[in-house]
Design a protein around this ligand. Structure first.
Ligand code: MLT
Length: 399
């Protein structure tokens, strides 16, 4: 009989969002008439931008014609997408990132979880708490012991931003705008973390999946807006939350040339080369038609349609924030990110408040404790909800 990967015994038995979906199904079995307001998982609810749909159709037609059909794509992704992304996402904002430093993936969850393949078991890894559970789960599944993982508390005192660690780390995960708290690091805070990483030789894995929601002028949309960051940071981007691709799957990981890791005997190795090596063995690329749809995000029509999509989600996020604030609950986030982080009313745990809202009103959030011990006492609501659900939420909370 095969031996199981023991690490699966050490992580929660069910993935956070699978647990929520099971809870909702269980309530619906008992109360099929309950109207469910889905504000749990951050899944988009509005259709794809028409420019992306047109690109999908055109690319599908190409795949149906022997003259234009394509099989396996280039290993790092098609150059048309990497060039457009380098130009529009980075160079247009003064970030020195070249197309050959970008890898196209099939979702930043996959990229972030896979990146851990590059690291030796003796690293000391810092992970903020609360945070997107994929970082910790994937590190644990890869076999890192709890002793090598330092959970770094982020609290309301710092608006949930990570303070500069007071110990040396080899690898540091960061997420800004943040999932789950919906807050975002300003330039000064991020610059201090980059300075820390440069001083200590720490590799930063920067999750920028929600950058498109940044509105505040002093909040960077990329870590590479901070001078010197390309020497210490990998960045992950996603089309899921920007352009509604949760069902299509397309992402970017940026691994700058010259970014180094060290072998046990002290030799430098190029992380870009290792990531390419990893991808060529374990990944066969994001579909051609999806990469064409992602490219369409950068056309003039695509840009206008994506901006409208994001404005729509910003509006639902602001309404959710206002609805909970009107109850007197302290409310965080929701300005530079599509998540609202609400303090649960006194005496209840995150899970109890989640159950209360679900059973009583059909409102589905995500218990803060699912994102780490420091998330206890909070609940997250997703601004990707349908406007009609938000209207219903407003009515329910007013009543
Ligand atoms: C979330 O709700 O945290 C996200 O939708 C999960 C994800 O993007 O994988």
């Amino acid at each position: 009989m095969a031996f199981a990967n023991q690490s699966f015994l050490d992580i929660p038995e069910t993935y956070l969002f699978s647990m929520i979906s099971r809870r909702v199904d269980e309530v619906l079995r008992r109360r099929p008439d309950l109207r469910i307001l889905r504000m749990g998982i951050g899944d988009v609810t509005r259709p794809l931008p028409p420019a992306c749909v047109a690109a999908l159709h055109k690319a599908t037609d190409e795949m149906a014609d022997a003259a234009t059909f394509r099989g396996y794509g280039p290993e790092q992704g098609y150059l048309f997408l990497r060039e457009a992304a380098a130009r529009e996402e980075y160079q247009a904002r003064g970030c020195d990132i070249a197309p050959d430093e970008i890898f196209v993936g099939d979702g930043s969850k996959n990229d972030i979880a896979a990146f851990v393949d590059l690291f030796g078991q003796h690293n000391r890894i810092g992970i903020p708490d609360p945070v997107y559970p994929v970082y910790l789960d994937s590190v644990r599944i890869a076999g890192f012991s709890p002793l090598q993982v330092l959970l770094l508390p982020c609290t309301a005192d710092t608006d949930f931003a990570l303070p500069v660690p007071d110990t040396r780390l080899d690898i540091l995960y960061l997420c800004s705008p943040n999932n789950p708290t919906g807050t975002a690091m300003n330039r000064d805070r991020l610059a201090r973390l980059v300075a820390y990483a440069r001083e200590h030789g720490t590799l930063v894995l920067f999750d920028a999946a929600y950058e498109a929601y940044v509105q505040s002028p002093d909040v960077p949309r990329s870590i590479y807006e901070i001078p010197g960051a390309r020497d210490v940071a990998v960045e992950f981007r996603s089309y899921s939350k920007t352009a509604g691709f949760t069902g299509l799957r397309c992402s970017l990981s940026v691994v700058p040339r010259g970014l180094l890791a060290r072998t046990r005997v002290g030799h430098d190795v190029d992380l870009h080369r290792l990531w390419l090596r990893r991808q060529t063995t374990k990944f066969n690329g994001c579909p051609y038609i999806v990469q064409r749809a992602a490219e369409a995000v950068y056309t003039p029509e695509g840009k206008a349609q994506v901006a409208a999509l994001i404005d729509g989600y910003r509006e639902t996020t602001a309404r959710i924030r206002a609805a909970f604030a009107s109850l007197g609950n302290p409310v965080y986030g929701g300005v530079d990110a599509p998540y609202v982080w609400v303090r649960v009313p006194g005496g209840m745990t995150s899970q109890e408040y989640f159950d209360h809202l679900l059973e009583r009103y059909g409102i589905v959030g995500t218990p803060g404790s699912g994102f780490g011990a420091c998330g206890e006492g909070y609940i997250r609501f997703s601004g990707f909800s349908r406007p009609a659900d938000v209207t219903h939420l407003e009515e329910v909370l007013r009543s």
